[in-house]
Design a protein around this ligand. Sequence first.
Ligand code: SF4
Ligand code: SF4
Length: 383
Amino acid sequence: METVAPENEIIEVIKENGGDSFKYCYQCGLCDAVCPWNRVRDFSMRKIIRQATFGLTEIDQEEMWRCTTCGTCVQRCPRGVNQIEAGVALRKLGAEYDVYPGNIAPIQNIIASLTSEGNSLGGDRDKRADWAKELSVKPYAEGMEILYFTGCYLSYDPRMREVAAATTAILNKAGVDFGILGSKESCCGESIRKTGNEDLFKRLAKDNIKAFIDQGVKKVLVSSPHCYHSFKNEYPEFMVNFEVVFISEYIAELVKTGRLKLTGEYPKTVTYHDPCYLGRHNGIYDAPRDLLQQIPGLTLNEMADSRESSLCCGGGGGHIWMETPKEDRFSDLRVRQAVAVGAEVLVTSCPYCITNFTDSCLGLDESEALEIKDLTEIIQALL
Ligand code: SF4
Ligand code: SF4
């Protein structure tokens, strides 16, 4: 049997990068039991933690990149280990040496796009507000009620631009005085940070913070749980605090205060998917359900894994940018869960989830037809 000496240098680097909590792990294996990866293939976060404890991590192994940062194991670990932080600390080593093996390689193009244009979709910065041209959305000006931070996917992705348009229709109907930053808006940086690229995250965050301050922004409305998480929990690291509101909570408030009236019916059976960064990471479970349950004609059926146990779509932790082989897609399992509860529509509130579920629907046969919609698109149908 070979005796392996701990690599103290690597252990120190992991500690410096915030992965220190791995030392509390007592190898119970609960993280592996709850991890969605083990529904599609063998994967052991417990083993990654063990290797890190002895500084034996090999930074060119794809396993290190597998975690989607869904947060399921973090909320269950009996020893308080933050597996996400530990995993990101290891990725920082990979990012430092520019090592992106196998399916992780597309990250290099994403880094280039974020660095030059401030978005992850390869769009020109100057075209960031093109989605809003025909909708007459105003540029944000100091004194407006709220800034609508559109985010990369809703600005550039043709499918997700429909969600930006639905959001605009809702805000206009409720008489909300809002504006956008357009080309002054940059990616929030949440997902690139989870790939270990701390420098690029900081640069994007500082660009946004400067734009918020320059424009006198006090309150920010977001459509992506990733933007929400970053603004609410990560930007305060830069000693700033802007009020951040997620769209489902904002619409619920507009309805409650009588500014928005929902008319008509939505006579369909729907199910709601909790995005990881909205539910587990930020505790927003009730606002979207309360809204859906107020809609006449709508039947809400819960899926097998919902709320705190929601099954990740597979897009977090930078995976939305990576190649995921068909047999490895959690989103395929999720659309099957939606079909199993008789849903005609799978509703959610995240551009990554919508993108992955829409792809997965291509594998369904005709009798299982399932629409994928953002919550705002359901509300828009009732204006
Ligand atoms: S659940 Fe926590 S203590 Fe148990 S193996 Fe995983 S990291 Fe270690
Ligand atoms: S955060 Fe989610 S994907 Fe990552 S190891 Fe934990 S359960 Fe698995």
